[in-house]
Structures are given as structure tokens and as C-alpha cells.
Design a protein around this ligand. Structure first.
Ligand SMILES: Nc1nc2c(c(=O)[nH]1)N[C@H]1C(S)=C(S)[C@@H](COP(=O)(O)O)O[C@H]1N2
Ligand SMILES: [Mo]
Length: 222
């Protein structure tokens, strides 16, 4: 089964990184302390930093003049928000660690964006609604999170900024889902549409075998 990276690159990189460190470790035995400190230093850049993932390159292009975020499904007033309208909503900020299910993490990421309650307020969510399906401009990437999962996640948001700057194109400009307690594959990049639904359906990686409830440390990814 394929893993949530542009497989198999991530895994190969992981394995290479492992053997790379191991290789230096063996030399460390021969060279003493100096080589041992090299082992530590070489392990750090391999273990940190973002790996940019996409399932269907090239990355979607963001044009602020024409971009719209659609919110439809079980709502009273379907929305087509402009980028400016999105920026005018109440801003939320949080710092959290990011974990990809394949084993890499980025610690202390600062996210700024819009909480889902604030985003959905003007659409008027129907009482039958159970979940939100996020549709990426990058087809066919989708994912669904339940309203209950959002209720337990005050740090969840539609992020517009990362580390103090607008999201870059490769990180999902202008908007991506951030759900820190779950693995990265739940965080749809290049979000273009949110469907409010009473059905919980499988996302892109769930159709390929990963858990819907992707809580870090409690899903089949680990
Ligand atoms: N549209 C889209 N969103 C996506 C993905 C993808 O391939 N396409 N990969 C997911 C996975 S598995 C991870 S770990 C993160 C990686 O985020 P990054 O590319 O900003 O590092 O994006 C998630 N969101
Ligand atoms: Mo991932």
C-alpha cells in the first residue's frame, strides 16, 4: 500500500536518511568524538523541515482577483468568498507541531487563519450537518473532518499564513486545513470548496488505506 507521500520518494528518502546516519555512525566509531558530533548534526536537517507533497502537480495557481472559496451543501446561504472577504474574518493564531504519518515532523509551526465556526457562521449550517468535506483545487485530493472533531479542536483552522507569512504556493496558497492533533494528510492544501454534509466519506489517503480518525499516535499510521 502506498503511504501519504508522493510515494515512494518520502520512504526512500527516509530510508536513505537512516542509512546515511548509520553510515556516519560507523565511521564515528573509527574517528572518535569529532565524527560522532557529525552524526548528530547530519541527523538534524534530515529529520526536520517540510517535504512538499502534491498528488497531481503542477501546484494550483492562486490568483487573488478570481479566486473564490465555495461553501455549500447543508447550508442556508451558500458562499463564494473572495480572498479579501476571507482575510476580513476574525483571525486566529496558534503554534503547534506538524506530523506526517510517514515519520517526519516540523516542530513549532505558527499558523494564522480563520476558525471554522467563524468561517461557517454566515453560511448558516443546517442541524443535520455532521461533517465538512474539503475539496482541493488539486484534483482529486479531498478529505473530511466531522463537526465533533472540530468541537474538540480549538486549534483547528483554515490557515492563511504560516510562520508569519501568507502561505506559499507549495504549502497550499491561499488556504489549507490545519488540524494539529491529526496527521498531515488530513490537512488539505489549496482548499477551494467546503461541502457541509451529513456523510463522512473517505479522503484521498483513506481511500488508500489510512484511518479516517488520524489522531497522531492513535491511527493505523503508527
Ligand atoms: N492537495 C493536497 N494536500 C495535501 C497533500 C497533497 O498531496 N495534496 N499531502 C498531505 C500530506 S500527506 C502532508 S504530510 C501535508 C504536507 O504538507 P506540505 O506539502 O506543506 O509539507 O500536506 C497534506 N495536504
Ligand atoms: Mo503526510
Amino acid at each position: 500500500m502506498a503511504g501519504p507521500d508522493p510515494v515512494p520518494d518520502g520512504r526512500l528518502l527516509g530510508r536513505r536518511a537512516f542509512f546515511g546516519v548509520l553510515g556516519l555512525g560507523v565511521s564515528g566509531l573509527l574517528w572518535g568524538n569529532q565524527a560522532a558530533s557529525l552524526v548528530v548534526r547530519s541527523a538534524v536537517p534530515l529529520g526536520e523541515g517540510w517535504r512538499i507533497y502534491a498528488v497531481n502537480p503542477p501546484f494550483p495557481h492562486f490568483d487573488p482577483a478570481t479566486w473564490r472559496l465555495t461553501i455549500d451543501g447543508l447550508v442556508e446561504r451558500p458562499q463564494h468568498l473572495t480572498h479579501a472577504e476571507l482575510l476580513a474574518l476574525p483571525a486566529a493564531r496558534q503554534v503547534s507541531d506538524f506530523h506526517c504519518v510517514t515519520g517526519w515532523s516540523v516542530l513549532g509551526v505558527e499558523w494564522q487563519g480563520v476558525r471554522f465556526d467563524d468561517l461557517l457562521a454566515r453560511a448558516g449550517v443546517s442541524p443535520q450537518a455532521k461533517a465538512l468535506t474539503f475539496v482541493s483545487a488539486e484534483k482529486p485530493y479531498v478529505d473530511t473532518l466531522t463537526i465533533e472533531q472540530f468541537r474538540d479542536a480549538p486549534d483547528a483552522m483554515l490557515a492563511l499564513e504560516m510562520d508569519g507569512r501568507p502561505l506559499t504556493r507549495e504549502h497550499g496558497a491561499p488556504a489549507r486545513v490545519v488540524m494539529p492533533k491529526m496527521y498531515g494528510y488530513k490537512g488539505v492544501k489549496w482548499v477551494r470548496k467546503i461541502i457541509v454534509t451529513d456523510e463522512v466519506t473517505d479522503g484521498y489517503w483513506e481511500q488508500r488505506g489510512y484511518d479516517r480518525d488520524a489522531y497522531v499516535g492513535h491511527s493505523n499510521g503508527l
